[in-house]
Design a protein around this ligand. Structure first.
Ligand code: GLN
Length: 221
């Protein structure tokens, strides 16, 4: 069996080694006897919601996020469709921010997100949340470790669960103890490090969800 990973804006959004998450996804897929094909979907390229078993959207700097914001609105409907049909998506930091309603960058400029998840991100003056972070996922009881480095302060809407509750570090906003977001099969986090290198259970779960979706599609085909 083969799964296909769509790497959203992989040539623009790739801070702090986030692409290492792809290596982990490939590693665990191979462990399960599954081969992986990865394709970058970037500016002016269409996003086909039926093409991918897993989508990865890494972190980025403000300038790249602005460039991405001009393009991603053309893909918003298709990304929403992918998510609502239980597509598996992992988004880190800037990628996480772009899936929400908007992001106010470090200079105060509002960068539009696509609002496929119900959150928004404000900035903070002359400060970044930088350092080790530990969270606990309330559903699985798992603890995740990582390193955060962001100016943005993200606030989740009512229907969106956090990926975990902050035990150490700042998390989404340093106010409500939330970190990241979890909606359907979408996992978002501020964790670099990269996230999946340090958190094997999550890496395996994400790969298993992608394989299960591929199996369902193969049955229908
Ligand atoms: N530019 C965003 C911020 O500073 C995201 C940073 C990142 O993706 N590492 O909040």
């Amino acid at each position: 069996m083969k799964i296909k990973i769509g790497h959203l804006y992989g040539n623009l959004m790739n801070t702090y080694g986030d692409n290492g998450n792809l290596l982990m996804l490939q590693y665990y897929a191979r462990e399960k006897g599954v081969t992986v094909e990865t394709e970058i979907i970037s500016l002016e390229q269409p996003f086909d919601p039926n093409e991918y078993d897993l989508v990865f959207f890494g972190g980025g700097q403000d300038y790249e996020q602005y460039i991405v914001s001009l393009d991603i609105k053309e893909k918003a409907e298709q990304i929403k469709q992918y998510i609502e049909q239980d597509g598996v998506l992992l988004a880190i930091c800037g990628g996480f921010q772009m899936l929400g309603h908007y992001y106010v960058d470090a200079t105060g400029k509002r960068i539009e997100g696509i609002g496929v998840l119900d959150h928004y991100t404000l900035n903070q003056e002359n400060n970044r949340f930088i350092g080790n972070i530990t969270i606990k996922n309330e559903e699985t009881g798992e603890t995740y470790h990582g390193f955060e480095n962001h100016n943005g302060r993200t606030f989740l809407g009512e229907g969106v669960k956090p990926l975990g509750i902050v035990q150490e570090g700042k998390g989404n906003n340093n106010e409500d103890q939330t970190e990241g977001a979890h909606y359907k099969n979408v996992f978002c986090s501020y964790f670099h490090g990269p996230l999946l290198v340090r958190n094997q259970h999550l890496a395996e779960r994400i790969v298993e969800l992608a394989i299960a979706n591929r199996q369902k599609k193969n049955l229908i085909a």
